[in-house]
Design a protein around this ligand. Structure first.
Ligand code: BG6
Length: 535
């Protein structure tokens, strides 16, 4: 018999360290355009600081913030430090650690559309006495999307960015979302960027790909023989992907009016999760093999035909969440009081390939919903209608696997079990893998992983050109069907509910129903020490 300590040692021996082969991070200069913005202060700098503390950043490295406001390095560092204390996942950081990090941070004042500002940036970059810092560049575009092309052209004009393959040095461009607002604009942006940078140099961000649990989808599917066997139309009845948020649009009304939930969430995050859940096994773990399979999957999504039959939109009105009053979307700042922008989308998609033919994939996302939860539920087919099924009818629930992406990350397998006692009763029970319990509370921010991958030149977790275009081809017809069509009363939903009634009807037509996200252990209880009832 193995004792616990031995078992632990054995587990440790069996840990397969795939990233031993990861390319080394080389010294480089990281230039952030849009350095005065929220993303820099809330996400990028905290992520870089954490990487620094974990000794994952190269030595040496340099970070240069580029923005219009007048300030010097010292003021820039102080502002970043203040923001860090407010927003970072770690608190009470030693001042000495911050100081050690901050002395690598510099500020370059300049206007994005002023060619002379790029000359100043070049002089700053070339002033380093370290060869790699003068030549390896990661340009991070955390600006308005309308400025991406201009920045790249200006960098090229001052010889900071070139398509020519270089033997010993590299230049990469990281582009934030949204990448275009439809297929045509994404293609145009791609054409503009690839005039000055090779596709290999462009790293398009979808921060969902940096999440631990999203990365785990591939590991879960392709390192476990028992599940992958079931991952086909033969066993799966339907798949539900839910990304629900309690928050409303808050201060982002201006942006959201242009985007809506379809562009903000479905075109990128939900379709990315869908691609990982449904794609075929890649031929290798190389970035291109994985991305090839994702593109193939996106291209196998059946064109939606009549949009109204397959997609539902909604917009929140006033309501209540967790006992707090919530205002309507139309009352949010910088939102048109008659706005028809959708804050909720539910869709039924079909994947026309051998594996998934006939299996509906239901996607939904929305703001001001009752809970914040992202999860994928694989709902298996019921047992044949004999024995227990013959007696229990629809009360005998089919098996399901839920991949809980956030929060309370985990994987749950749901099956039926006998209720102990002298009577014969069956009810669903769950097997529960909880990330926190198994691995401890450490969950690095998506941006830490993504920045590290970009610095080391691994594009696996970034979106390739054909992928972004395939995703737009799926959502464009939906957008076109909605454009100019004002929202009707039926499309409104009260904050704190699960979207408009039509979202339930979309599934009911096929005798399916949305399952509520998995209850969080301990958060909702039935008063008898058990978690809330199964959904
Ligand atoms: C962003 C969207 O990309 O993702 C936001 O613009 C949304 O509207 C956010 O709130 C959700 O991300 P997360 O990591 O909180 O699930």
């Amino acid at each position: 018999m193995l004792n616990a300590e031995h078992a632990e040692q054995l587990d440790e021996l069996l840990t397969c360290r795939l990233d031993l082969g990861r390319r080394a991070v080389e010294p480089c200069s990281i230039v952030i355009f849009g350095a005065s913005g929220d993303l820099t202060a809330r996400k990028l700098i905290p992520a870089l600081f954490h990487l620094f503390c974990e000794k994952q950043l190269p030595t040496p490295f340099r970070i240069i913030g580029f923005a219009r406001r007048e300030k010097d390095d010292e003021l820039f560092r102080t502002e970043l430090h203040e923001a860090f204390k407010k927003y970072s996942r770690t608190k009470n950081v030693e001042d000495s650690a911050w100081e050690a990090f901050a002395k690598n941070v510099f500020y370059c004042q300049g206007d994005i559309s002023d060619p002379a500002a790029y000359g100043k940036l070049r002089d700053l970059l070339k002033s380093s006495n370290h060869e790699a810092l003068r030549n390896n560049f990661l340009f991070y575009l955390a600006t308005l999307p309308s400025q991406f092309a201009e920045i790249v052209e200006n960098l090229h004009n001052v010889n900071l960015l070139s398509k020519e393959e270089q033997k010993h040095h590299w230049q990469r461009v990281v582009v934030e979302k949204p990448f275009g607002h439809d297929l045509a604009s994404a293609q145009q942006l791609n054409n503009e960027l690839t005039k000055y940078a090779h596709e290999k140099q462009i790293y398009r961000i979808d921060h969902y790909l940096g999440k631990e649990t999203v990365q785990n989808i591939l590991m879960f599917r392709f390192s476990n023989a028992i599940f992958e066997e079931l991952w086909t139309r033969r066993s799966v009845e339907q798949v539900q992907i839910t990304v629900s948020e309690k928050l409303g649009v808050g201060s982002r009304g201006g942006y959201y009016e242009e985007a809506g939930a379809l562009r903000d969430m479905v075109q990128n995050h939900l379709l990315q999760v869908l691609a990982l859940i449904a794609m075929e096994p890649p031929v290798s773990l190389e970035a291109e093999s994985i991305r090839d399979e994702k593109v193939k999957l996106l291209k196998s999504i059946r064109p939606l035909g009549n949009i109204a039959d397959n997609v539902v939109r909604g917009q929140y009105t006033g309501g209540e969440i967790d006992g707090q009053k919530r205002i309507a979307y139309r009352e949010e700042g910088r939102v048109n009081p008659q706005s028809s922008t959708e804050t909720f989308v539910a869709a039924r998609l079909h994947i026309d390939n051998w594996r998934w033919s006939g299996v509906p994939f239901y996607l939904r996302t929305g703001k001001s919903l009752p809970v914040s939860a992202s999860e994928v539920r694989i709902q298996f087919k019921p047992t044949p209608n004999v024995l227990f099924a013959a007696q229990c009818g629809t009360k005998l629930d089919a098996n399901a696997i839920t991949l809980r992406l956030q929060p309370h990350e985990g994987i749950f397998l749901r099956f039926n079990g006998k209720v102990p006692g002298t009577s014969t009763q069956l009810r669903p029970v769950r097997m529960h893998f909880d990330y926190g319990v198994e691995f401890g509370a450490y969950t690095p921010e998506a941006y830490e992983r993504l920045l590290l991958e970009a610095i080391s030149g691994d594009a696996t977790l970034f979106i390739r050109r054909d992928e972004v275009e395939a995703a737009w081809s799926i959502v464009d017809p939906i957008r076109q069907a909605w454009d100019g069509l004002p929202l009707t009363e039926r499309e409104l939903y009260s904050a704190g509910t699960w979207g408009p009634a039509a979202s339930d009807d979309l599934l009911a037509q096929h005798k399916h129903a949305w399952r509520k996200p998995h209850p969080i252990p301990g958060e909702i209880s039935d008063g008898k020490g058990r978690d809330a009832k199964f959904e």
